[in-house]
Design a protein around this ligand. Structure first.
Ligand code: AMP
Ligand code: MG
Length: 428
């Protein structure tokens, strides 16, 4: 079938992001597997985790001190009879506390019945071994976490779709889960294009460029919950490029780099069009990364069977054509490819987040593009400062490696003065 003409469709950053999020919201993962707890770190939870008992399972002292009845401290100093000591994990639950009595108690220990507060050890002075003088009153409930205050038996703790970070793993451990159901990682094909691109350890000619994008993308794909499938480097030649694109379409998602600009040898869109691709955008008004392409190909249209091990084939295979300049590749992956990948990984959608910091030196740009410029955020707690990393444009990986964030310049701004608050994002 002849390739339909490619309509240029350049969207604003917000519109392009919305298109991606909209498609991502209709994707999901169905394939799950069981993973030992530590292997589940970084994976996406495929079940919901509930509390196997009240948390905490008993009223817990948050301090070292004395378990008391707050009413006993109405008059100060108060002298109370110490009737025992409760440390964390006692063999038996402590007996009941009666008026005029106190228990010495340690952090994490169960507060006895009858006690309604814990006085910190700093506010006491022990005169005799079996009595304590207390110099400060307490409110009922002070220094105690009530049984079930953090969660009641059966409450939902972690929802399906949660990315399992250290806190989530700790929570699963705390409710006795040594194995978790997680989603199988989607396979993400990475296709690097360009006649000048060679593999990292190949002997290199003076005008050749080593493939760095395949590596940055593989790292980003893993961080986003996918499993990279690296294809051979595609030359700027339509037949071989088409073969490799077809191979890439066997995975759950195809991410290409290079060959999406307006040059004579930028053939990616042409070949995708021959495969009857549907394009959602062929550019976004951003810098870096303007020529970014997003679309899909119906699986039958491309005539490609699913790669063994790939998840149940959806009707469409999505693809991204990311610009080849290394900074553009990294930025456009985060801005556009990540939401689709995360959805295929079964994860609940994550939002882009922004914070504000004072600009150290002014920025002047031409208006019209949303810019994500590599920058360094520094400063103290109440005085965060940010400045652009000097760079030679979107090919400058060294500058990006020196940066730790991006300054976001909205499309209507030409100038941001030194000292102004400016938006910053981390893009992961
Ligand atoms: P392109 O998007 O194909 O026009 O490429 C833009 C620039 O990115 C060119 O300078 C390419 O040499 C460079 N480039 C493309 N692909 C890669 C890659 N995989 N690794 C490093 N640089 C690349
Ligand atoms: Mg190229």
């Amino acid at each position: 079938m002849a390739a339909p003409p490619i309509q240029s469709l350049v969207l604003s950053f917000e519109d392009a992001r919305r298109v991606v999020e909209d498609h991502a919201s209709r994707l999901s993962s169905r394939t799950t597997e069981t993973a030992p707890l530590l292997h589940a770190a970084g994976r996406v939870l495929a079940e919901s985790i509930t509390a196997d008992r009240d948390i905490p399972p008993f009223p817990r002292s948050t301090r070292d001190g004395y378990a008391v009845r707050a009413a006993d401290l109405a008059k100060l100093p108060a002298s109370l009879k110490v009737i025992g000591e409760i440390k964390a994990g006692p063999q038996h639950l402590p007996s009941t506390l009666n008026p005029g009595q106190a228990f010495a108690i340690m952090t994490g220990a169960p507060v006895p019945q009858g006690a309604d507060a814990v006085v910190m050890v700093e506010y006491t002075s022990s005169q005799k071994a079996d009595s304590v003088e207390i110099k400060k009153s307490v409110e009922p409930g002070e220094n105690i976490v009530a049984q079930g205050a953090e969660a009641k038996h059966g409450n939902l703790l972690l929802d399906r779709g949660t990315r399992l970070n250290q806190a989530a793993i700790a929570l699963a451990a705390s409710v006795g889960r040594s194995r978790l159901q997680v989603f199988v990682r989607p396979q993400i094909a990475v296709l690097t294009t360009g006649d000048e691109i060679v593999e990292v350890d190949a002997e290199i000619g003076p005008t050749q460029i080593r493939n760095s994008n395949g590596y940055s993308l593989s790292v980003q794909i893993q961080q986003a919950g996918g499993e990279p499938v690296l294809l051979p480097i595609a030359p700027d030649e339509p037949r071989r490029l088409r073969q490799l694109i077809e191979e890439g379409l066997q995975s759950d998602l195809l991410i290409m780099t290079g060959g999406v600009s307006m040059g004579r040898y930028d053939l990616v869109e042409q070949v995708l069009s021959e495969l009857q691709a549907e394009f959602f955008f062929t550019g976004a008004k951003i810098q870096p990364g303007r020529p970014v392409v997003f679309g899909r190909i119906s699986s039958c249209g491309a005539g490609v069977p699913a790669r063994p091990g790939a998840q149940a084939p959806p009707q469409h295979k999505y693809f991204f054509g990311l610009p080849g300049n290394p900074v553009s590749t990294m930025v456009t992956f985060e801005l556009f490819a990540r939401p689709v990948l995360e959805a295929l990984a079964g994860a609940s959608p994550s939002q882009l987040t922004f914070l504000h910091a004072r600009l150290k030196s002014e920025i002047r740009v031409k208006p019209g593009l949303t810019r994500f410029l590599p920058a360094i955020l520094s400063g103290q707690c109440e005085d965060s400062q940010v400045e652009l990393v000097p760079w030679q444009g979107s090919g400058d990986i060294a500058a990006q490696a020196r940066s730790n964030c991006y300054i976001v310049v909205p499309p209507d701004r030409e100038h941001i003065a030194a000292g102004d608050w400016t938006a910053v994002t981390f893009l992961t």
